[in-house]
Ligand binder design. Sequence first.
Ligand SMILES: C[S@@+](CC[C@H](N)C(=O)[O-])C[C@H]1O[C@@H](n2cnc3c(N)ncnc32)[C@H](O)[C@@H]1O
Length: 230
Amino acid sequence: MASMPCLQETPQFLADTKYANPTDVLHGPFQIVHKTDKPAYAWAMGQPKLMADFNLWMAEQHQGQRTWLDVFDFENHVRSSTADTIVFVDVGGGIGQQCALLKKTHPQVPGRVVLQDQPFVLPHAVPVDGVEKQTFDLWAEQPIKGARIYYMRNILEDYPDDKAIIILKNTMLSMAQDSLLIIDELIIPNRGASPRSTFQDMTMMITLASAERTERQWDALLDRAGLAVR
Ligand SMILES: C[S@@+](CC[C@H](N)C(=O)[O-])C[C@H]1O[C@@H](n2cnc3c(N)ncnc32)[C@H](O)[C@@H]1O
């Protein structure tokens, strides 16, 4: 997201901040380069063309890769669902690629599928029968209670730990005993990370004061939030 000029600014920024790990979403190379005091997402929201391109990139960048449905037994998890059960909530789901994939892969499973995102994103969602759209705010309590699955892809990577914890807790407030939160993100190995993932980590740092997380860092974050990993 408008990150290349930020890379050029980064050596000076890091020297000026004594090489501390950036954690302030309001103060980083992004703000200096784009002469803004807003977080990157808030800055980008005012630019519909940029956001449309970004949403498309988010949807397409995983094409050809295995998906969460290749490694998770969805039908078994929601086996007792009825037409009224909310089986899947895509939290910050962008243009709804995962809802579409779910409907295509498991068309016979009863239950409601909900795509949640910001009001200016949802009109761009791919049209799929049976997918409900709901505007929501990551910073408020999750409005859907007791869904069987809450799913987050490429959400927590956008935020430093303190903010990621708020998002997790907002979701946990609405989870029932049989709810599952599926977090679909990069896990960087504790040693031997690939160049692709370290570059993505850099991009997160310079635009969002965030980071891709190693396995150890994910465990620590989820532990802090009070979640058990399954
Ligand atoms: C990196 S994109 C991920 C989109 C999608 N999950 C995917 O993997 O393709 C982050 C998403 O979070 C949404 N988002 C950001 N801030 C939000 C907020 N405050 N409330 C609701 N959604 C938000 C964005 O609109 C965007 O669709």
